[in-house]
Ligand binder design. Structure first.
Ligand code: SAM
Length: 494
């Protein structure tokens, strides 16, 4: 029934029909093929996938995948290999292009037909079809031939039919008693401080660590300082403690604005403490755990903690479960008036313990800012793409814990509260990954930043064609800011 140029394979219980003559595909439930209905038959016929119903390829419009980038100085096309899909994304590979091939690639604009491309580059239709052949194959998926022009934001030009992204492997030391996440060993072993947030876990603070139009030309640290100023956070009137300072960029920015105020860093990672010290040498650093702060009762004026609490233990708890950490969760549910679990889900025990510690160390009149990804009222979910299990925060419960500890508490959506401009643009995540691979190939390190066309041009030591910039509400080098919330708490003066 199917034309000879249609490949058929199974992936994750679905059947993929892939037409090598047009680069187009159909993904079906296997049962649809046992009883092919007239609408499906009609669709397959329109795609030219049925035997005896070939399409006239010269008149089809050539469309380019949005994923590849061209390195013009080397005549290379870099594209994500459909078959190599790891937890970190597709592997980008280079395809050397002859001058005629590069001319064909550049002439493709989602509007020209095959014969119009041939005219534009001075080749015959057959020669252009020969060029397109390998690009139409399932192991490339660089172009598609279509009867009609695609809408500009057509997602099918962004993606492949490919194996799904694999989940990141978990090591035995990343879960402890009762199945709780445990990242102590992970943090003690960090030895790549200066590049850790480029290569392994990019935070919003790191992605926007360079001055960015989305923050009115400020860095994340500068914009956070201003947002906190709007809350009457400054001057602190006593010591400021940042817990979980990463590479120290925020400590550098905020401590510099605070001038003489004492700014202390607490972190669980000796490697990151050293990186922070190099960036912000005027701020003392202390090795310590957010759940047991090495600080005296009522001794601190301000606590800051940015994108840390998803690293603290989360415990899966269901109705019949028991164990030491499960009991820690249950006793807090009762203490803070939160409902007992109706089914198994994650509870942010470590984040709750940190809030209890904040309540202990804040002096009367003290205040704290604690941000992380998560939601107000949805059950926490694990981020599976990272090389360690981080569990998002249920901020409604976190605020209830803070109130139960006698603190005033408010939850804000981070991007709104900090005044992110949604329309500002950053390099699209797929092209950040492509440029990172292209940079690595020649020993250059490309930091994971929310690049703009201008900042990218200054950071990249080679020319590139095709880089796409998307609104900051879409994925860039770091996580999407709109998925983040902040808990703002204050300890009453009396
Ligand atoms: C995801 S990074 C965030 C870094 C930085 N605040 C930022 O926003 O880019 C988490 C930081 O918290 C630290 N950390 C993780 N678990 C911790 C714990 N239990 N106590 C103290 N610090 C911890 C890590 O070493 C790291 O510096």
């Amino acid at each position: 029934m199917f034309a000879a140029h249609v490949d058929r394979w199974e992936s994750e219980g679905r059947v993929v029909l892939f037409d090598r003559s047009t680069g187009r595909s159909v993904v079906l439930d296997p049962s649809s093929l046992e009883n092919v209905t007239p609408p499906l038959l009609d669709r397959l016929a329109r795609l030219g996938m049925i035997e005896g119903r070939p399409l006239q390829r010269a008149g089809l419009i050539v469309c380019r995948s949005r994923l590849p980038l061209v390195r013009p100085d080397r005549s290379e096309l870099w594209y994500p290999h459909p078959d190599v899909h790891t937890a970190g994304g597709h592997a980008f590979v280079a395809l050397k292009l002859r001058p005629e091939s590069l001319a064909v690639w550049r002439a493709i604009n989602d509007a020209r037909t095959v014969s119009q491309v041939a005219n534009a580059v001075g080749l015959s239709v057959d020669a252009v079809l020969d060029e397109l052949g390998p690009w139409l194959a399932p192991d490339a998926q660089l172009v598609q031939l279509r009867e009609t022009r695609p809408p500009p934001a057509d997602r099918s030009l962004w993606r492949f039919v490919a194996a799904p992204r694999t989940k990141s492997a978990r090591t035995i030391d990343q879960h402890g008693a009762d199945g709780a996440t445990d990242l102590v060993a992970y943090h003690l072993a960090i030895d790549d401080g200066p590049v850790h947030f480029d290569d392994r876990e990019t935070t919003v603070a790191h992605a926007f660590g360079l001055a960015h139009p989305a923050l009115g030309g400020r860095t994340f640290g500068g914009a956070l300082y201003d947002a906190l100023a709007g809350e009457g956070f400054w001057p602190p009137g006593g010591p400021v403690v940042e817990v979980g300072c990463g590479d120290g960029e925020m400590a550098e920015a905020v401590a510099c604005k605070l001038g003489d105020a004492r700014y202390v860093r607490v972190d669980l990672s000796p490697g990151l403490l050293a990186t922070q010290r190099a960036r912000a040498p005027q701020t003392p650093g202390v090795l310590g755990d957010a759940r047991h702060l090495p600080l005296r009762n009522a001794s601190v004026a301000r606590v800051l903690s940015n994108e840390v609490i998803a690293d603290l233990p989360a415990v899966p708890v269901g109705p019949g479960d028991d164990g030491p950490l499960v009991r820690e969760v249950r006793s807090r549910l009762a203490r803070y008036g939160l409902p007992a679990p109706a089914f198994r889900r994650w509870y942010n025990l470590g984040a709750w313990q940190f809030v209890e510690e904040i309540a202990r160390v804040l002096a009367p009149g003290g205040r704290a800012y604690v941000s992380e990804f998560g939601s107000i009222d949805e059950d926490p979910a694990e981020a599976v793409q990272l090389d360690h299990p981080e569990v998002g925060i249920q901020f409604g419960e976190l605020a209830a814990v803070a109130r139960g500890c006698g603190l005033g508490a408010r939850v804000v959506r981070l991007d709104r509260w900090m005044g992110f401009d949604d329309a500002a643009r950053q390099l699209w995540r797929q092209h950040h990954m492509a440029l990172r691979a292209m940079s690595r190939a020649e020993g250059h390190h490309l930091p994971a930043r929310a690049w703009t066309p201008e900042s990218l041009a200054a950071a990249l030591p080679f020319p590139v064609e095709g880089a796409a910039f998307v609104p900051v509400t879409e994925p860039g080098a770091g996580p999407v800011p709109s998925r983040f919330f902040a808990l703002l708490v204050d300890r009453p003066r009396q």
